[in-house]
Design a binder for this molecule. Structure first.
Ligand code: PGA
Length: 259
């Protein structure tokens, strides 16, 4: 369904309080142009989601949760559920490298969260990627397979349509050390190969697969010009309105070339 559009996601991580986030969204709304072929998604701190949901023009931006708990309700002090986010966000990040490595989230957690998102009408963005040592030991392929199986185990081929896969090599996130575009294209082909194996050609070829890891306005076009890559997950550069708007324009330019 969605592969005819590029997907640009800004992950603000644990930056900007409610007031700052609201001001920043206002600023973004002035500089980010709306294009038919590009979906732009913002992932603010959970605290700001409600405020931004009242302010945002959903034609211009969709909202994403950076994290959520997999149970819908109950005695889970401090957690926010996908069911509570239902109708406010359209996307939810699952298994981001910082969740896996700082908060020790497992494939079992990602699997439950993917399910919770789908159950609540939220498109899960399942983040997968190899660590530096896995890369050094030539284990990228296995790492991707394990994380795909781990996260998608209970997902049917119909449900797969709503899932986005973000290839984010752990060593490339927040390091300024972005992956070589041709290596990313190779990893994305591997991901699609695994998806074909799990779901068959038709379902696998409909899934949006995006890249994330130290992307800037200068490197964005190198990824977006590759036919295998359907978009970008941007951390640091999404906090610079001009740079983020420039990345959205690069996505639009690529779509124009295709048409
Ligand atoms: P980065 O973050 O662009 O700052 O490397 C990417 C991410 O965490 O998704």
């Amino acid at each position: 369904m969605a592969r005819d559009k590029k997907l640009i996601i800004g992950n603000w991580k644990m930056n900007l309080g409610v007031h700052e986030a609201s001001l920043y969204l206002h600023k973004l709304a002035e500089v980010v142009k709306v294009h038919r072929g590009v979906d732009v998604v913002i992932a603010p701190t959970v605290l700001a989601i409600q405020t931004l949901s009242l302010q945002v023009n959903y034609r211009q931006f969709k909202l994403a949760a950076q994290n959520f708990y997999w149970r819908d309700h109950g005695a889970f002090t401090g957690e926010v559920s996908a069911s509570q986010l239902r109708g406010i966000v359209q996307y939810g990040l699952v298994g981001h490298s910082e969740r896996r490595h700082v908060f020790q989230e497992t494939d079992k957690d990602t699997r439950a969260k993917v399910q919770a998102a789908i159950r609540n009408g939220i498109r899960p963005i399942l983040c997968i990627g190899e660590t530096a040592s896995e890369k050094a030991m030539n284990e990228t392929n296995d790492a991707l397979y394990d994380q795909l199986i781990g996260g998608l185990a209970n997902v049917t081929s119909e449900e797969l349509e709503s899932v986005v896969i973000a290839y984010e090599p752990v060593w490339a996130i927040g390091t300024g050390n972005n992956a070589v575009p041709l290596d990313v294209a190779k990893a994305v082909r591997t991901i699609r190969h695994h998806l074909r194996h799990l779901y068959g050609t038709k379902a696998a070829s409909a899934v949006q697969v995006i890249y994330g890891g130290s992307v800037t306005e200068h490197s964005a076009a190198d990824y977006l010009s590759l036919p295998d890559i359907d978009g970008l997950l941007i951390g640091g550069a999404s906090l610079d309105a001009r740079a983020f708007a420039a990345i959205v324009e690069k996505a639009h330019n690529q779509e124009k070339v295709k048409r």
